[in-house]
Structure formats: structure tokens, C-alpha cells
Design a protein around this ligand. Structure first.
Ligand code: DWN
Ligand code: ZN
Length: 402
């Protein structure tokens, strides 16, 4: 049993095992190509409340060799990033520096650059870094950690703001990552760290958001403990209940006064029990119930002769299809707006991935919404399919045909 990724504690308690699954974002070029599978066990640390997986797939394999996720294929996410960028640039100017770790295709920093504030993106994914450069966002193609932070500081670069959206949970070396934030951050700088909240993951049974890219599953409680260890303080917490199934934005700095939102978030989690093992103990049973219900619902539709497709070649979709054993005999194909994903095949279950237009052309009776976190945007977009009688199957928190 490995020690805790955050505090080094030796009392990790596994509360969910999803079996040996393929890498969620490793979409295949050919369904016959060999696929590695890795165990997916989730544990709770009673010493610092961090929820984490035990397996450590090398980040190079996860995020560089075959990484197809581009942030700019969700309008809701783009709008969320634009609003955040606009808030960040207040009070900054041409002497400032805003760094984003995990900057992907420049979806956020391009707004900061447009406001005349110097930016630096950091992301090892080559195609995404190329897209960012084309959008006017200079990007270092590297993984972020303490040694990169030290090199940047040695060059005299200190960040007034560091943005880290959906990346801190993706790094196996949590302490190196946070030490890097402290090293790169100007004395009176801040970092804003966004990740899904483990509280909603458990409460809404979002087990499909568990995959090997997500080494940690964060809470205000575990983030506060992690930051304290590196001389940083959690001073503000924002909640976005509808983003990625429930997201928090954690603001940390060396010396900003702690605000009510941070105190409230920690008090709420203490009340809910997010920092204790009991909160997680019933999760596996609830996951099993949702799996069975989904398999039953899909099986029932197929038994009536219904044809079923899926929307969103999302990483979470790979976890859902594989942990529920939904192969091409149950779900025929997947559609996705991201052209880098079209023409590929889902990991493990091998559904071909095509453009969303296939829904209107092939008219499946029901569509499993793998990207349920964007249900509003997607169902509005698929008005024609729905007006023609098509129905969506939303898998979590409760499998529901809408
Ligand atoms: O942490 C991560 C989250 C933020 O994004 C990364 N590990 C990888 C990724 O996870 P995901 O693939 O589950 O994220 P999404 O953004 O929920 O995936 C949505 C998929 O659906 C994308 O492939 C884009 C696609 N999409 C679409 O085809 N039409 C999305 C929208 C909104 C649409 O209208
Ligand atoms: Zn710990």
C-alpha cells in the first residue's frame, strides 16, 4: 500500500475498486491495437483527507504521447474561463505576469494577453501547445514542478497570478507542484486552483470521473492541509456546482487575509464529514447500484430493439463504458465535436467516434450522454435530433431517459 501523495501518511484506506481499465483518453487509431490496462483503486487518507488513486501511470504516457483533449470544444467552459480571466486582469498591467499551468490550447490566457498583460502557458501536450502559440499564448512544453519554477525564478520571472485549472489533480507529485507554485509566485501573488470537488463526486455518484489522469480528488479540507505544508494559505473558495459535475476554485497566497468563503467551505465540509472515512464507505455500494441500473436500462432498450449511440468521447465516458461493460453490441458508436477525436475508437470498448451529425443521419433511438456535465449545452445543440424523437440517457446521478 503506497503512502499518501500529500502528507506521506501510511494509513490509506481503499474504498472503491473499478478494476483494470484502459487509459481513458487513449483513443485508438485502430480497434485491433494492443491496449494496456491498469488497476483503478481509490483510497482515502485519514491524516490529511486527500482522496487518491493508488496506481501511478507515467504522466508522459497520459498527457503527451496520445493526448487529444482540447479545452476549446465546450462553449460553457470557454465562457467560464473568459469571465475568470477578466476578473484576474483587474489591477494588472504590462509589468505583471500571469502564468497558467495546464494551459492547453490557450483557451484562457488568450483573454489575459488580449488585455495587455504578459502571459506564459505551461503544458507538455504538443498539439495543444501549438494551438496556444497560434492563439498568441507563448507556451513552455513542460510538466510543471519545483525545478521548472526554480528555473523561471532564476530568469527573474515571478508570477502575480498563477492559474491551475484541472491540473493539480493530474500531477502525481502534488508536493513538488505546490512547492513550485510557492517558488514561482510573487511575494504578494495569488494562485487560483480549479478542480472537481470530491464532495459532489461522492454525493452525485460521479464515479465515471475517476480515471488514471486524476491522481487526486480534492476538497477544501485536503487542499488547505496541502497548502499549509508549503507556506501558502487557502483564503478564498468559489463553488461552481454545474461545472464538470461540481468544481471548486481555490485561491491561495502567502499572506492574503482569509475570507469568509474559505472559512464557510471548511466548516461545511467538516459538517458534511468530507474529512472522515465514513463519508466514503458507502460509495462503492452506490456505484454498484448505479452500474446495475444503467446496464439494466441499456439492456432493456436493446431488448426492445432500440439502437443506442453515445455523445462525448470524454475521458469519463471511457470509465463509464468500460466499468459497465457497454461494448458495441450495446452502444454502437460515439459522436464528438472535437475533430482530433473523430475517426478514433473508444478505449477498451472500441466504439467508433464520429461527428455529432451522425445522430441525425443514423437516428439512434437513444443517446447515452457520456459528457453529462455539459447536458444543457449539448441537448440544446441537438434540438433537431430530439425534435425527431431522439432521447438522451443521462447516466449519473441516476440513469434517466430524458
Ligand atoms: O480533467 C479533465 C477534464 C476537465 O476534461 C481532463 N482530465 C480531461 C477532460 O475530461 P473529459 O474528457 O471527461 O472532459 P469533458 O470536457 O467533459 O469532455 C467532453 C467531451 O465532449 C469532449 O471530447 C468534447 C465533447 N463535446 C462535444 O462533442 N460537444 C463537448 C461539448 C460541450 C459539445 O457540445
Ligand atoms: Zn494524507
Amino acid at each position: 500500500m503506497p503512502s499518501c501523495r500529500s502528507c506521506g501518511g501510511g494509513r490509506l484506506e481503499v474504498f472503491l475498486s473499478l478494476g483494470d481499465l484502459p487509459l481513458a483518453d487513449a483513443l485508438l487509431r485502430d480497434p485491433g491495437e494492443p491496449e494496456a490496462r491498469f488497476p483503478l483503486d481509490v483510497a482515502f487518507c485519514p491524516d490529511c483527507a486527500l482522496v487518491q488513486i493508488l496506481e501511478e501511470v507515467p504522466p508522459q504516457r497520459l498527457f503527451v504521447d496520445n493526448y487529444l483533449y482540447f479545452s476549446s470544444f465546450s462553449d460553457a467552459l470557454l465562457e467560464h474561463a473568459r469571465v475568470h480571466a477578466e476578473g484576474l486582469v483587474e489591477g494588472l498591467g504590462p509589468e505583471s505576469l500571469v502564468v497558467e499551468v495546464g494551459s492547453n490550447d490557450g483557451y484562457l490566457l488568450r483573454h489575459v494577453a488580449a488585455a495587455g498583460v504578459p502571459v506564459l502557458g505551461i503544458d507538455p501536450a504538443p498539439d495543444q501547445a501549438d494551438a496556444a502559440a497560434a492563439a498568441g499564448v507563448p507556451t513552455l512544453r513542460e510538466f510543471f514542478g519545483l525545478d521548472l519554477a526554480r528555473r523561471l525564478r532564476a530568469e527573474g520571472r515571478r508570477a502575480d497570478v498563477i492559474v491551475a485549472n484541472n491540473v493539480m489533480a493530474h500531477t502525481p507529485d502534488l508536493n513538488g507542484f505546490v512547492a513550485g507554485l510557492a517558488e514561482l509566485m510573487a511575494d504578494d501573488g495569488v494562485a487560483t486552483i480549479e478542480n472537481p470537488s470530491v464532495e459532489e463526486l461522492v454525493e452525485r455518484c460521479e464515479f465515471d470521473t475517476i480515471y488514471h489522469e486524476h491522481f487526486s480528488y480534492l476538497s477544501s479540507t485536503s487542499v488547505a492541509a496541502l497548502m499549509e505544508r508549503h507556506g501558502l494559505t487557502l483564503f478564498r473558495v468559489e463553488a461552481f456546482p454545474d461545472l464538470h459535475g461540481g468544481t471548486r476554485r481555490w485561491w491561495v497566497s502567502r499572506s492574503r487575509p482569509v475570507e469568509e468563503s474559505a472559512r464557510d467551505a471548511l466548516a461545511h465540509e467538516a459538517e458534511a464529514g468530507v474529512g472522515s472515512a465514513g463519508f466514503y464507505r458507502s460509495f462503492a455500494g452506490r456505484v454498484e447500484a448505479v452500474r446495475r441500473e444503467l446496464i439494466g436500462l441499456v439492456g432493456g432498450l436493446r431488448a426492445e430493439g432500440a439502437r443506442i449511440a453515445a455523445y462525448g468521447a470524454a475521458a469519463k465516458g471511457a470509465t463509464l463504458l468500460n466499468s459497465c461493460g457497454l461494448g458495441t453490441d450495446m452502444v454502437e458508436f460515439v459522436v464528438d465535436r472535437n475533430p482530433h477525436k473523430q475517426g478514433r475508437f473508444m478505449p477498451g470498448t472500441h466504439q467508433p467516434i464520429g461527428p455529432p451529425e451522425a445522430l441525425v443521419e443514423q437516428r439512434p433511438d437513444a443517446v447515452l450522454l457520456l459528457a453529462w456535465n455539459f447536458a444543457g449545452e449539448i441537448m440544446a445543440q441537438q434540438r433537431a435530433y430530439r425534435d425527431a424523437g431522439g432521447r438522451f440517457l443521462v447516466p449519473v446521478p441516476q440513469p434517466t431517459l430524458v
